[in-house]
Write a protein that binds this ligand. Structure first.
Ligand code: PEP
Ligand code: MN
Length: 351
């Protein structure tokens, strides 16, 4: 494997000049924990007219970082042409940005261009909170034979007036992890926060959640950066931040030797078994209701009854500190499965 955990990627949002790249990288390597130096060459800007990156001329600056500073380099690719140029220049690591992950055509095109290489590929989450788009992009890259893929959580654009530029949705990270347990997933607090003051807080949160590393935008003079100036930190701040994170990692353990946690886990295992038995019992009753409805030619869906049932459950849950959305989402799945069960009974009897 190319990377050991924790994976720390640092470097400017954009490569701006040879001088800026070399000065930033020379300072960053003073923090030996950094696994790779990042710098965007082709910048996907929301509106034309802002700095769109230096393009292919930056490849040789990244080559200079590789040869003079002996640290792997990473850049963003958004189409097959970018991939070809990066492979030609032997860039060590490529990442797919949020605006590309949303586009299955581009992801497929990038995957085809990568076929036959063994470069590690980082896949950022898509702009919108859609786990399947993220999964789909990873699957396309993986189907092209890439063995080392890393997910990057950079937050989602949710149109809510939240505290962050792109809201982190940790539950989606959890779902990705449960679908792909071997996939390392790191956090990009810079694009989540949009402002440097919040980067430490989000980095700590990601670490406490057990994420596998961080990608942090780092610039020799952040306030003068040509893109994302507010969310970049200096190499010195990066060093301090990674020291805090490493200390935090040492104090966190997975809890396997903690007696209280073990007792609580036994308790929760018991509750989960009860939930499973209740579900089985519920679907047995659903089946009996289905047979009764079928015999007596009754409608399957009774919206009012269902709404009043869920309404009562939401009330009970909210009184006990469980949110409406939690109960509604669980019951949405239960309801659709119940309808399916009854539908099957009716279809079987009519064949
Ligand atoms: C970047 O890393 O500079 C970038 C453009 O990120 P994202 O795709 O997460 O917006
Ligand atoms: Mn950026």
């Amino acid at each position: 494997m190319f990377f050991n955990k924790p994976i720390y990627i640092a470097g400017p949002c954009s490569a701006e000049s040879e001088d800026q790249v070399m000065k930033t990288a020379s300072e960053i390597i003073k923090t030996p924990k950094v696994s790779a130096f990042r710098a965007g060459l082709w910048k996907p800007r929301t509106r034309p007219g802002s700095f769109e990156g230096v393009g292919a001329q930056g490849l040789k600056w990244l080559n200079k970082v590789q040869s003079e500073l002996n640290i792997p380099v990473a850049t963003e690719v958004a189409n097959a042409k970018h991939v070809e140029m990066c492979l030609e220049a032997d860039i060590d690591v490529l990442w797919i940005g949020a605006r590309t992950t949303v586009n299955p055509f581009l992801c497929q095109e990038i995957a085809e261009a990568l076929r036959g290489t063994k470069k590690p590929i980082f896949v950022k989450n898509p702009i919108n909170p859609d786990l399947n788009l993220w999964l789909g992009a990873i699957e396309r890259i993986s189907s092209a034979g890439i063995e080392e893929i890393v997910g990057v959580h950079r937050g989602f654009s949710t149109h809510r007036a939240g505290n962050y530029r792109n809201d982190p949705i940790w539950s989606i990270v959890g779902e990705l992890k449960s679908k792909m347990p071997n996939l390392p997933i790191i956090c990009d607090p810079s694009h989540i926060c949009g402002e440097r003051e919040k980067i430490l807080e989000i980095s700590m949160k990601a670490t406490k959640l057990g994420m596998d590393g961080l990608m942090i935008e780092t610039h020799i003079t952040p306030e003068k950066a040509l893109s994302d100036a507010d969310q970049q930190i200096t190499p010195k701040t990066l060093n301090e931040l990674l020291n805090v994170i490493d200390d935090l990692n040492i104090t966190l353990d997975n809890g396997s030797n903690d007696e209280i946690l073990n007792v609580l886990r036994e308790e929760i295992d018991l509750v989960d078994r009860k939930i499973a038995s209740c579900l089985i019992e519920r679907f047995n009753v659903v089946r009996k209701i289905g047979e009764h409805k079928q015999k007596n030619s009754m409608k399957i869906i009774h919206t009012e009854r269902w709404q009043s049932l869920v309404g009562k459950l939401v009330e009970q849950a909210e009184r006990n500190g469980v949110s409406r959305i939690t109960v509604e989402s669980i019951y949405e799945i239960i309801h659709s499965h119940s309808i399916q069960v009854q539908n099957d009974i009716i279809s079987k009897s009519s064949t």
